[in-house]
Write a protein that binds this ligand. Structure first.
Ligand SMILES: [Zn+2]
Length: 334
């Protein structure tokens, strides 16, 4: 997973900035809390004095005194937390806060790249995808069942769009809960606008928040990258594409959105098989969304792809009306 030096340095600089910002934010919080609750500042001073005393005592090796100093330090800490909570602050308000508590915003855990670092690389490579902004709008908190009707039962599924969606969402949440233990793959099928992409984004957000690496690509863009990987004569762009391919095979979750909207040919078919197969071998989860029916998948791609999907993916139909259309009409009539 090589990265160009300037890209690597750019990420390291971002980590530096993040840590600098963390310290700045902490100073601000401390200043504000001390102004509001002066006793917190006195406590801090007592703690510093105590730490200095302990340091001196440690030199003399006087254990009984050391123990009593330790107890005193614990008392001070407890009093500090009590004060913070009673003033409406969280208990860790005065501590440094990290975006990634696993690596404390260093990007590394014992010389190994932290997952947040890997995600930063993926984000950098796909710098034209603004997934993060989309995920602020499209997540389980903003997800609404209101768009799914309970007025009729779909013949094939034997469920109303609403009960079907409730079932699918519950399964998605279970997929997330068991993500570290179980390699599962999902295929969302359904017409345009029924919320397949939204649901995929909900899952992406939850997993990113839990520190997994997620790559989201529309089928169109995925095959565009692969095409460049294979055919580009331009060394610079083929180098980037080859990096991208590594991540596509190796990220914790790969989302291929809108399968079937790409320009389909033998190349896309063979590449899709390679990705699906390789990720199965590596025990990495893949989520595919498509407007195609299973018959269409068989007709558009190969028998091999079809059988891989049938036997390794949980296939879920999503039904309902076109939500985008509903939203637009809703906005117009407002
Ligand atoms: Zn991290």
């Amino acid at each position: 997973m090589a990265l160009r030096n300037d890209q690597y340095n750019q990420i390291l600089r971002e980590y530096d900035n993040r840590r600098f910002q963390n310290k700045h934010d902490q100073d601000k919080r401390i200043k504000e809390a001390y102004e509001k609750v002066p006793e917190l500042k006195q406590l801090e001073e007592e703690m510093i004095t105590l730490a200095a005393q302990s340091g001196r005592m440690a030199l003399f090796g006087d254990n009984s005194v050391m123990e009593s100093l330790k107890d005193k330090a614990l008392d001070l800490k407890a009093r500090q937390i009590e004060l913070l909570l009673s003033n409406g602050y969280p208990a860790d308000y005065l501590e440094l806060q990290y975006q990634c508590s696993k690596c404390k915003d260093t990007g590394f855990i014992e010389n190994e790249k932290c997952n947040c670092f890997k995600q930063a690389i993926a984000d950098l490579i796909y710098s034209d995808s603004n997934l993060k902004n989309i995920l602020k709008r499209e997540n389980f908190k903003t997800f609404s069942f209101d768009y799914y009707s309970d007025d009729y039962v779909d013949e094939k599924l034997g469920l109303s769009p609403l009960s079907n969606m409730q079932k699918v969402v519950a399964e998605c949440k279970s997929f997330i809960r068991h993500f570290d233990r179980e390699c599962k793959n999902l295929l969302f099928m359904g017409n345009t606008g029924v919320g397949k992409t939204f649901l995929a984004n909900c899952i992406a957000k939850e997993l990113l928040d839990r520190g997994y690496t997620v790559i989201y690509l529309t089928a169109f863009r995925l095959f565009d990258i692969l095409e460049k990987n294979k055919f580009s004569k331009d060394i610079e762009s083929s180098y980037t594409a080859s990096n991208q391919f590594d991540y596509i095979l190796d990220c914790d979750l790969l989302i291929i959105d809108d399968l079937g909207t790409e320009l389909n040919n033998t190349f896309t078919s063979s590449q899709l098989h390679l990705i699906i197969n390789e990720r199965l071998l590596r025990q990495k989860s893949t989520l595919i969304s498509t407007n195609l029916s299973l018959d269409n998948i068989l007709a558009s791609y190969s028998e091999r792809i079809y059988s891989r999907i049938i036997s390794n993916y949980s296939i879920r139909a999503i039904i309902g009306e076109d939500i985008r259309l509903k939203k637009t009409i809703g906005n117009l009539s407002r």
